[in-house]
Write a protein that binds this ligand. Structure first.
Ligand SMILES: [Zn+2]
Ligand SMILES: [Zn+2]
Length: 245
């Protein structure tokens, strides 16, 4: 059994005053984050999450609302004298992108030797990797020509499967990524408007019979979706919400 807490479930524009994407997953043998958007450190502190117990951070892509919180989190780890090793995994190019981001925000932060072991691992789409008690399969998704690669994650741990779509327009890879998952956290940026790079609820809905997730929670919603929350037939995430999986 695992617990998933939505630390942040907003979009890049701060719609609804929601924090950027960051999900905290814990169980008997696992403690990890999926994404670490720019606002994640204050959001984690507000929810009283012990940051230095987190072993692993999975990054879906390099947009600031999913990746931009890492320099702050790493600074916090350094200043709070973290000793536990930390592994950060994400798309190809993550080592360079993380160094560039850290230097842009806090100069010399990437060259200062941390008090803890920090490993940064680039993932290959469709290649399953195991990190401790977490088994992870990244799937390529469609979220723009530049700045990629962009990934969705199917995570197996503690006998459960949790899938996160990442940011993506509809792509067939979401079917194997989320098929029969105990929890599918899916982007639903718009209700029925079709745009490039993002998913609408109506499009997702048309494929749910194929995906058959045991549970679906919507995330990364624009104002268009947030205005309709009361009328939706699906569960929508909110910042701080906890789900047992
Ligand atoms: Zn995003
Ligand atoms: Zn994005």
């Amino acid at each position: 059994m695992m617990q998933v807490q939505f630390i942040g479930c907003g979009d890049a524009l701060g719609s609804g005053g929601r924090c950027n994407t960051c999900f905290h997953v814990t169980g008997e043998r696992v403690n990890f984050l999926i994404d670490c958007g720019a606002s994640s450190l204050p959001a984690l502190k507000r929810l009283k999450i012990v940051r230095n117990d987190i072993d692993l951070i999975l990054i879906t892509h390099f947009h600031g609302d999913h990746f931009g919180g890492l320099p702050f989190l790493l600074l916090d780890a350094q200043f709070s004298r973290r000793t536990r090793p930390l592994l950060i995994a994400g798309p190809q190019g993550i080592e360079k992108r993380l160094t560039q981001l850290r230097e842009a925000l806090f100069e010399n932060s990437s060259t200062t030797k941390p008090h803890f072991d920090l490993a940064v691992v680039a993932l290959t789409p469709d290649e399953t990797r195991t990190f401790g008690a977490v088994t992870l399969t990244p799937f390529p998704v469609v979220h723009g020509e530049s700045g990629g690669p962009h990934l969705a994650y199917r995570v197996e741990a503690e006998g459960r499967v949790v899938t996160y779509s990442g940011d993506t327009e509809w792509t067939e890879t979401l079917i194997p990524a989320a098929r029969d998952a105990d929890l599918f956290i899916a982007e639903a940026y718009y209700y029925d408007k079709i745009v490039k790079n993002h998913l609408s609820l109506k499009t997702l809905e048309a494929h749910l019979a194929e995906i058959k997730p045991k549970r679906l929670i919507l995330t990364h919603m624009s104002e268009d979706m947030l205005e309709r929350l009361d009328t939706l037939a699906y569960t929508a995430a909110s910042d701080g919400m906890i789900v047992e999986v």
